[in-house]
Ligand binder design. Structure first.
Ligand code: PLP
Length: 408
């Protein structure tokens, strides 16, 4: 069918803020990887087989049954979010030993929305914002709109190094954005002692901590150490998501923070979208209150642990010497560091020609990028395909290393 004829649009004159908005490289790569012949280790999508379809269908159905109830579920609601859902979240958090009241909880349309609201709330143009190195690309996209001057907090094999937060690094900074559990992109988890040190550093330098934790429930053998709220409740803003434990299409996440902070975010959210979808919140709350996660989460964890094992075994079997990778204890990602001189972006074009995709590491750095890094996701690919894809990457990396030696 021919596209309808339309007059050309008037010249677009977007605000400077909008003109600087970038599209995520992951989304661009994902477009290529929609081809059925491509094995994609690029996406950060959860395995669709893990979505609790029947439970959600029944919950939506129940919400829309009964005249009065259906009309309530389809009505506007409060910006803070559906009270029974906030009560459920507060009870879960309190049961983990971190006392939490429902008015310290805000329901958002996915944790990505929380990052946008936090950008609006705390990021001044050209003022310093502390982030890990590497950090979540989507957070950089959200914060970029507010034009921060990023300062990268150094990391090592155990994640962010709180000892590296000195007066010079923290000067004039208000917040530090961190993913303590199964970090995206590195898969690393902060130890308990580093969490304690981070809380101390935050107090010392009067920083608020944005703790982004969409993966904490996806542990394989044991739960990660407690949330940063256990160590610095007065200055931690915890951002969580139902995307990886129920389904991302629900667009449901939440923020837990001191009341004053929640009130500020509520005012900003009102201006953004009034509130998160009433029907979705109510249906999700029904599913959660039924105790579904008690049986559902162990299945998701076991599935992802198996897939991760398959990837680590494939890497172990065939990667040439000099290539290093993380060994995550939960979550969805493995992070590779190639010998210096091998550019992951160049490797990606060659890999796509051979029907394999991954995400080069460079876009995950706010400051100086490491071009010889890359992120692999294993959760949506069955083990035989993981093996085949890692085999292709090994061949390409071995060739690149050979070429680098010859030109040296
Ligand atoms: C670290 C991190 N934060 C936030 C998000 C956004 O998740 P959502 O908006 O689906 O809750 C993601 C998505 O992959 C993520 O990896």
């Amino acid at each position: 069918m021919n596209a309808p004829q339309r007059p050309p649009s008037a010249p677009l004159r977007p605000a400077r803020r909008a003109a600087s908005a970038s599209s995520s490289i992951v989304r661009e790569i994902l477009k290529v990887t929609m081809r059925p012949d491509v094995i994609s280790l690029a996406g950060g999508l959860p395995a669709p087989e893990s979505f609790p379809v029947e439970a959600l269908r029944a919950a939506f159905d129940a919400e829309l049954r009964g005249e009065g109830q259906a009309r309530q579920a389809l009505q506007y609601s409060t910006t803070e979010g559906h009270l029974p859902l906030r009560e459920w979240i507060a009870a879960q958090e309190s049961a983990r030993g971190i006392p939490t009241a429902p008015d310290e909880v805000l329901i958002v349309a996915g944790s990505q929305q929380a990052l946008d609201l936090l950008g609006k709330a705390f990021v001044e143009p050209e003022a310093p914002l502390l982030v890990e190195s590497p950090t979540y690309l989507g957070a950089l996209q959200a914060f970029n709109l507010f034009d921060p001057a990023y300062r990268a907090v150094p990391t090592d094999d155990e994640g962010l190094r709180p000892q590296a937060i000195d007066a010079a690094l923290a000067r004039d900074a208000r917040v530090l954005y961190v993913m303590p559990n199964f970090q995206n992109p590195s898969g690393r988890t902060l130890s308990r002692s580093r969490r304690e040190e981070l809380a101390q550093a935050a107090r010392r330098h009067d920083l608020w901590l944005i703790e982004d934790d969409p993966y904490g429930e996806l542990w394989y053998r044991q739960a990660p150490p407690p949330s940063l709220r256990a160590f610095a409740p007065e200055r931690t803003i915890r951002v969580c998501s139902f995307s990886k434990v129920l389904a991302p299409g629900l667009r449901l996440g939440f923020v837990i923070a001191p009341r004053e902070c929640i009130e500020l975010l509520v005012r900003l959210k009102q201006a953004t979208d009034l509130h998160t979808a009433t029907l979705t919140q109510r249906a999700a709350c029904r599913v959660l209150a039924s105790g579904l996660l008690e049986t559902h989460l162990p299945q998701v964890r076991a599935r992802y642990a198996r897939q991760c094992e398959a990837m680590l075994a494939a890497l172990e079997r065939s990667m040439p010497a000099g290539v290093h990778w993380t060994r995550p204890e939960g979550g969805m990602f493995v992070w590779l560091t190639l010998p210096a001189g091998v550019d992951a972006m160049a490797l990606l074009s060659q890999a796509i020609e051979r029907n394999v995709a991954f995400v080069p590491g460079a876009p995950f750095f706010a400051g100086a990028a490491q071009p010889s890094t890359l992120r692999l996701s294993f959760v949506t690919v069955p083990p035989p395909k993981i093996q085949a894809a890692v085999g292709v990457l090994c061949t390409l990396i071995t060739e690149a290393l050979g070429a680098a030696k010859e030109s040296a």
